[in-house]
Write a protein that binds this ligand. Sequence first.
Ligand code: PRE
Length: 310
Amino acid sequence: MSSTLERHAVAVGGLLVGAGPAVVISDRVSLRTGPRAALRAGVTLAEPATAADLPEIAEHAAAVVVGASWTRDIPLVRAAAGLGLPVVVERRAAASMEEWLQLAAYCAGEGDGRVILCEGGRRPDLALVRAARAASGRPVLVDVSADLGLSAAAVAAGADGLIIGTDAEGTEADETDAADPGAAGVNGAATAAGRAAASAARRRVAEEAVTVVGALLRDERPGTLAECRQAIDRVDAALATLLERRAELAGMVQRLKPVGGFAGRDLGRERDVVARMAVRAPALGESRLSAIMNAVIEAGLHLAEERSDR
Ligand SMILES: O=C(O)C(=O)C[C@]1(C(=O)O)C=C[C@@H](O)C=C1
């Protein structure tokens, strides 16, 4: 396992997977379980049911999925890998990392080398994600459809992207409609709107993880002005989240202190805060941090005083 291993980023449609920020993919279609119409509308990832599906997948999808449930169907794996699209290789539930990486290498050899690993299922193994990414140099996606709450942990584990899935929602909604055919008219529209809102909410959770956790933990090397600015935007999003949280905490301190607000300012404590931060931010150093933290602390005190006036 080498930390200097060359990383192989893979372009999937308009997304670059494996370099830059982690991506969020919400349109993974399975022709085994989902409607074929969804594929024809154009999707990022598509899983075939049989080899007969592959021409249509080549036409409408940006990448083909070798699904966890059929990784041992070698003729289908070979046909999918040779399709000419990037190949997303899911890990069979019981497969070891070695088996998973062997399958990925096989797909790379049968195709043009553009292979992405994907871990998923009910309990994605994030330790394996980390290890597989380091050992192979290939990008790794994590399918968090079964538990969106794992999004932040997956990004922290190094995932190059999250699959948030829509198939399960589609199935649930379709079942609801089928169970209550009388409600199909008006409620059908409400269900469609509800599904759109739910899927937008799912995307927000995943994007929040990609932005905030990615800003803190993901090693990025932006190469262009636009990429640098996008990376700065992610860091600023994380900073804003932390600044808001800090202001709330500082407000609580004002209520707990015998004398709060500007009147109870404690410059010794402020110097300690800055000195501790300078250990983490040595390039900025104490004098620059001191100016920054003075502004931050004063903003918190102003907010606390405004609130206590109400
Ligand atoms: O620790 C305190 O006593 C606070 O009031 C909080 C806080 C801060 O925002 O960190 C604010 C004002 C003080 O001068 C020192 C620190």
